[in-house]
Ligand binder design. Structure first.
Ligand SMILES: *[C@@H]1O[C@H](CO)[C@@H](O)[C@H](O)[C@H]1NC(C)=O
Length: 301
């Protein structure tokens, strides 16, 4: 059935080679036009990765050091008066201890004070919208609001204007990595010194696992830890040993339980903007090995 038709077409084009040429030409032109339009539309889409390259000045380009306070909870009270009280925070069952809220406030206060004493420091509260029942509020915003309600511990003039947020981290490794990216986004450079504020029992995890995973020099990395509540201590230490062993096996938190935990801490499906804002360390964001990241890093000595 098809063969005679094919033969007829072949015969027709033998008689009219110019017609064949014209058909091929218009076909090619159509494809070219489609591709051009498509690419034009692609180009018009805002690309924040490229955006940075065109910006000459950064809003916080005077700052050299990063002070990062890692979030542990989301503030849920509608009145701002009770940030010291446990019921103002969304707490997991393992966090429900008297005095827990005060430990968050202590971290915030330490972050504010370190920043106040270093005029080259930028303060970042880090943590995403991790708790479904607390609604779409981030840990970072919660800590900022808590600092505000405490009047910045008497350091409002010195610190408030350079206290910002990193609102996507879902675990401690992301607290560190995302804050470094956010610092670059705000200042145009990478931090010279990093100070992390958190619980004392997490020091080992931050200093030896997360810091070395991002290859940041130990001599320029400080950790300021404060104790958890007395009641929480024993279970916190046990839990910490477990998490540490998970990060030991999977330093970049890419698979298994660490990955599942991160998914569980993203109830509102927030897209992560990074590594936009820090193009130099794009490879680090994509890396998933168990050995240290082999690529070059802007802070390597
Ligand atoms: C970083 O920390 C070191 C050691 O505390 C200090 O000597 C240095 O001045 C700091 N760098 C900056 C840029 O503040």
């Amino acid at each position: 059935m098809l063969k005679p038709v094919g033969n007829k077409i072949q015969h027709y084009f033998k008689l009219h080679p110019i017609m064949l040429f014209l058909i091929c030409l218009s076909f090619g032109t159509a494809i070219l036009i489609i591709l051009t339009v498509h690419e034009g539309r692609f180009r018009m889409m805002p690309s924040y990765g490229n955006f940075n390259e065109n910006v000459v000045s950064y809003p916080f380009s005077n700052f050299r050091n990063l002070v990062m306070v890692a979030g542990h909870s989301v503030y849920k009270s509608s009145s701002c008066e009770k940030v010291d009280k446990e019921d103002a925070w969304y707490l997991e069952s393992y966090q429900k201890h008297p005095g827990q809220a005060a430990t968050f406030i202590k971290h915030i206060q330490n972050g504010v004070e370190i920043t106040a004493n270093d005029d080259k420091a930028l303060l970042l509260f880090s943590g995403g919208e991790t708790r479904k029942n607390a609604g779409p509020r981030s840990e970072a915003q919660s800590y900022w609001v808590a600092a505000e309600s405490k009047g910045w511990f008497g350091k409002q003039d010195e610190v408030k204007g350079r206290a910002l947020t990193e609102e996507h981290a879902r675990d401690s490794f992301e607290n560190l990595l995302f804050s470094v990216c956010r610092f670059r986004e705000l200042t145009g450079t990478y931090p010279r010194n990093i100070t992390v504020v958190g619980y004392d029992f997490k020091e080992e995890r931050f200093v030896h696992l997360h810091r070395s995973a991002i290859g940041f020099p130990e001599s320029r990395f400080l950790y300021l830890g404060t104790p958890s509540t007395q009641n929480a201590r024993e279970s916190a230490l046990k839990g910490e040993a477990l998490v540490r062993s998970q990060f030991q096996e999977d330093p970049y938190g890419c698979s298994g339980i660490l990955r599942r935990k991160k998914l569980g801490r993203d109830p509102f499906h927030r897209s992560i903007p990074y590594p936009n804002g820090c193009p130099e360390i794009e490879g680090l964001f994509r890396y998933c090995g168990t050995a240290p990241y082999p690529g070059s890093l802007p802070w390597a000595q």
